[in-house]
Design a protein around this ligand. Sequence first.
Ligand code: FUB
Length: 352
Amino acid sequence: MTDLTMTDSTQQPESDVEVVQAKDMQRARMLQSVNPPLVKHMYSADPSAHVFEGALYVYSSHDIETDAVFNDNGEHFAMRDYHVLSVPIVGEEAIDHGIALKVEDIPWVKQQLWAPDAAYRDGKYYLFFPAKDHSDIFRIGVAVSENPTGPFIANESPIEETFSIDPAVFEDQGEHYLYFGGIWGGQLQSWKNGSYTGADNYPKDDEPALTAKMARLNTDMSSLAEPVQDIIVLDEFGEPICAGDTERRYFEGPWVHKFNDKYYFSYSTGDTHKIVYAIGDSPYGPFNYKGVVLEPVLGWTTHHSIVQFQGKWYLFYHDSTLSEGQTHLRCVKMVELHHDENGHIKTIDVYK
Ligand code: FUB
């Protein structure tokens, strides 16, 4: 791998923060050409890709500059609208279809439109999204359109019994399953028995980690058909991954895809900056941990989706190259993904 240490002696950083920023900026410049951003005229993040009627769409967050404080709660992710992208030709710049939904048009939302996803059912397209309500509690909402690119009309209230962030909807045999949840700023640690406690309750390092949540959706795509359940990820001994196992425990960004009749549950490890995956026999799991999908990218967050398009599998992800390393100003990208003969995903390191 290229040595990305800072070499420009004319720039003399004054503090530790400036040293880190200067290194990130130089690294970003060197990495600009690695998998180009799908769009460059705006910042984008958290790509959820889907093929609808043969066309490839990407539902992503729209990152913006902000005066908000930078903290572990992610207040610097102050996004206010969604744009839908489409990719007519892989390798070429994507089309931005404009604003699909914005904070001002969602009655229950105060701020922070984070990572969305989309689904299709019975002639309608549904945009699922997390946002803070007027009490600053993250909930999952849904909006509907007759067009995959919107505009979407939001329901009056969030989906009952949902909470936290990062919805991902997986369709299997006519059913749709909603996965969600994220710790730290995603508030998963503040929920107990379906109620928001407002307190940070994390398990001890040797206790099972907090899990992603899931439930089957009703055919109205706006309500849950069953109680919310935990998604259990098991280690090589068949035990749930523990909270102290930060290289493998669930942090945020769930995604499910199906390959050779197996269900693949993949997610971000957050503060260890990886996308990892586990395999199971049902959309409900349990899932057995298998390995790393994506090594860390430039920027703090990592977030992905996996989709098959025109016979090939692709990983959609984001990094901060377009902003030269600024954590909250990211850009979505795509790269081909391969399953080997055993169904294992070949680890991707986009900088090798
Ligand atoms: O974009 C805001 C948050 O950052 C997302 O919800 C997380 O998955 C992380 O990418």
